[in-house]
Ligand binder design. Structure first.
Ligand SMILES: CCC(=O)SCCNC(=O)CCNC(=O)[C@H](O)C(C)(C)COP(=O)(O)OP(=O)(O)OC[C@H]1O[C@@H](n2cnc3c(N)ncnc32)[C@H](O)[C@@H]1OP(=O)(O)O
Length: 622
């Protein structure tokens, strides 16, 4: 069998041959004659249906009785298992409901739901009809939902009465109502899944009860779509306020995800695969929903946390109880477990002998966390790196091809298909050990974003213009002499809080909107569990006599209200001034160095050097 080097070389030298072979893992209505179009789109003349590939074909092949989805919900005390045949039946009827509501191929549907099976059903039902879903994470506030509704312009919104966090029931319906009041776009219908923990009042003429509406619907068949037709839009934070709508196509996505399950994750049909994330993130889209089902695996949908539901053994219980072979989560989850159970006592209570790999992604995996997890579990811990935009891993130890020796701190090497380069400011490849901007030479492989929804110009300016011929990942890093990649962090103002990508710019917009704030800065500061947390610095308007502590509390509440709890914005500090250059640019980089206790030099362009010790003092208070 070919090893990693050969597979990688072939994928870069002969991408069409490589991906034509991978495309055979998918059922096509019309097999693609062209593999890569001149515009960089994959399989342009192929036709297929993603839902058929995720469900119908497995039922037809005899997998109907195999569990497709295990919903494990410690917050409600429920476990529900849906076989492939049962999931197909629910999806087909939900697609019938959407069709009855006028949803057809190309229409958008916003899904704002907690981690319940109906969220997965909703996504697959859209795919069945060729409709484009846009899932919005439940931890966002009404305003963020409104922005996404206005951009996606859904015909229908699918939602639930509530989500359940360990400490509280989150009523979704009032958030949805507030979002639709703020949005200019009006969806024709909202279909609400009533949960017994907090049933919602339905709005006459607009809202429908999910259970009743699905009950009356006839199952809908799969609609054949072009490989290049959109499957979904997923919004992600950019450096400026408005989120970017990452578009995913049908054909390239199905081919790449199906290929990744065997080759990156080493997962075989019939195995249990658990991505402990949320359907609102790309990990949830790719590795809770689409990839495991495309591959004929059983996927776990977990409505709980790594700690507190009820203890730091929660993940180990799920692994042991459901026979999980591959666990994928974010380093922050492992750090949370390690903090509460440093000697791993809770893991010893469960039989984890079925676990084969732990995959980690979503933020940089620090070597301490890597070693702790590897020692505890005794299985390979695979750090891998990718992004919402890419949809699947850019760099990983491809255990399905060949397991390379791991190097803690590195997600190993580029995955076949990804021609990764580290470039200097002039666009030249950096030598090993020298840090630069991590890029991917075009064409991007199948499954990566072809564009931003309704914003080709922003797609080009955000990703393609900085280094022509390359996709700009926005991360900085370096290769070592053996070709291992090290990704060190963002080169822009995006921060990563508990594996959630957030824009400091949008938090600054919120602070700046407060009537007492003259100017402000938000920076990401290192945090033991969440990796980074945002901290805000605000200067009062001259003449304002507000009590600083009261204002700080107001600013924290404002960010929670406008962006949502997911921002984890818990610290704001009122300062006399911000450190700036003489041209007025806030020295955020120097502020970050001070906050993280890194050595810093006072920039020669600074307006007033005394501003830095003042900020250092304020940070100590924060
Ligand atoms: C590879 C490509 C990618 O990077 S895709 C992104 C990958 N990232 C991930 O998968 C995320 C990984 N992180 C997590 O799953 C969570 O942070 C874990 C580790 C489980 C911890 O969760 P938690 O304790 O809730 O902390 P948090 O920082 O996530 O939450 C902050 C506040 O937000 C709230 N929240 C969270 N989720 C929801 C939700 N669905 N609906 C409503 N609220 C939500 C939390 O309750 C928390 O609120 P509070 O501030 O404590 O009151």
């Amino acid at each position: 069998m070919a090893g990693y080097d050969e597979a990688y070389r072939r994928s870069i030298r002969h991408p069409e041959e490589f991906w034509a072979e991978a495309a055979r893992g998918i059922d096509w209505d019309t097999a693609p004659a062209t593999v890569l179009g001149p515009d960089g789109r994959w399989f342009p003349d192929g036709r297929l249906n993603t839902c058929h590939n995720a469900l119908d074909r497995h039922v037809a092949a005899g997998r109907g009785g195999q569990p497709a989805l295990i919903h494990d919900s410690p917050v409600t005390g429920a476990v529900r298992v849906l076989s492939y045949a049962e999931l197909l039946d629910e999806v087909a009827r939900t697609a019938g409901m959407l069709r009855d509501l006028g949803v057809g191929a190309g229409d958008t549907v916003v899904i704002y739901m907690p981690m319940v099976p109906e969220a997965v059903v909703a996504m697959l039902a859209c795919a069945r009809l060729g409709a484009v879903h846009s899932v919005v994470f439940g931890g966002f506030a009404a305003r963020e939902l409104a922005v996404r509704v206005d951009h996606a312009r859904p015909k229908v919104v699918l939602s639930a009465s509530c989500g359940i966090e360990p400490s509280r029931v989150v009523a979704y319906k009032p958030l949805l109502d507030a979002a639709l009041e703020q949005a200019a776009h009006r969806p024709e219908r909202c279909v609400i899944l009533q949960r017994p923990q907090c049933p919602a009042e339905l709005t006459e003429g607009r809202d429908l009860d999910w259970a009743a509406t699905v009950r009356d619907a006839e199952p809908a068949p799969c609609v054949s779509v072009a490989a290049t037709d959109p499957l979904y839009v997923l919004y992600t934070s950019g450096t400026t306020g408005s989120p970017k709508g990452v578009l995913r196509d049908n054909g390239g996505h199905a081919v790449a995800l199906h290929w990744s399950m065997a080759n990156v994750y080493g997962a075989a049909p019939g195995e249990v695969f658990w991505a402990a994330s949320d359907v609102g993130w790309v990990v949830g889209h790719s590795y809770i929903v689409y990839a495991p089902l495309l591959a004929g695996c059983t996927t776990v949908l977990y409505e709980g946390k790594p700690v507190g539901t009820p203890d730091p053994g929660a993940y180990w219980r799920v692994v042991a109880t459901h026979g999980v072979r591959t666990l994928f989560t974010a380093p922050t989850a492992i750090r949370a477990i390690k903090k509460e159970d440093p000697s791993g006592e809770f893991a010893k209570k469960w039989d984890l002998s079925g676990l084969r790999h732990l995959f980690l992604a979503g933020e940089r995996l620090d070597p301490d966390t890597y070693h702790w997890a590897a020692d505890l579990l005794g299985v390979p811990v695979v750090d891998h790196w990718w992004q919402t935009e890419t949809g699947w891993p850019i760099a990983a130890n491809c255990v399905g091809i060949e397991t390379l020796p791991a190097r803690p701190g590195s997600p190993t090497k580029p995955v076949p298909g990804w021609d990764v380069h580290v470039l200097d400011a002039a666009g030249n490849d950096c030598p090993p050990g020298v840090e630069g901007s991590v890029t991917v030479k075009l064409p991007l492989p199948p499954g990566a974003l072809p564009t931003l929804y309704r914003d080709e110009a922003r797609f080009r300016s955000s990703y393609l213009e900085r280094h022509p011929g390359h996709y700009l990942t926005g991360d900085g890093g370096h290769f070592d002499a053996d070709g291992y990649l090290y990704v060190m962090g963002r080169i822009d103002d995006v921060i990563n809080v508990a594996g959630h990508r957030l824009s400091t710019g949008s938090m600054e917009e919120v602070l700046a909107g407060h009537p007492d704030v003259a100017e402000c800065a938000v920076i990401g500061v290192a945090d033991e569990v969440k990796g980074q947390v945002p901290v805000g610095f605000a200067v009062l308007k001259s003449g304002s006599e507000r009590d600083p502590e009261e204002l700080e509390r107001e600013l924290v509440a404002l960010v929670r209200e406008r962006i949502g709890p997911v921002a984890a914005f818990r610290r704001a500090v009122v300062v006399a001034r911000l450190p700036k250059t003489r041209s007025g640019k806030i020295l955020r980089g120097t502020m970050r160095d001070i906050a993280d206790d890194r050595p810093y030099t006072t920039p020669s362009t600074i307006e007033d050097p005394a501003a830095l010790p003042e900020i250092a003092e304020a940070m100590k208070r924060a």
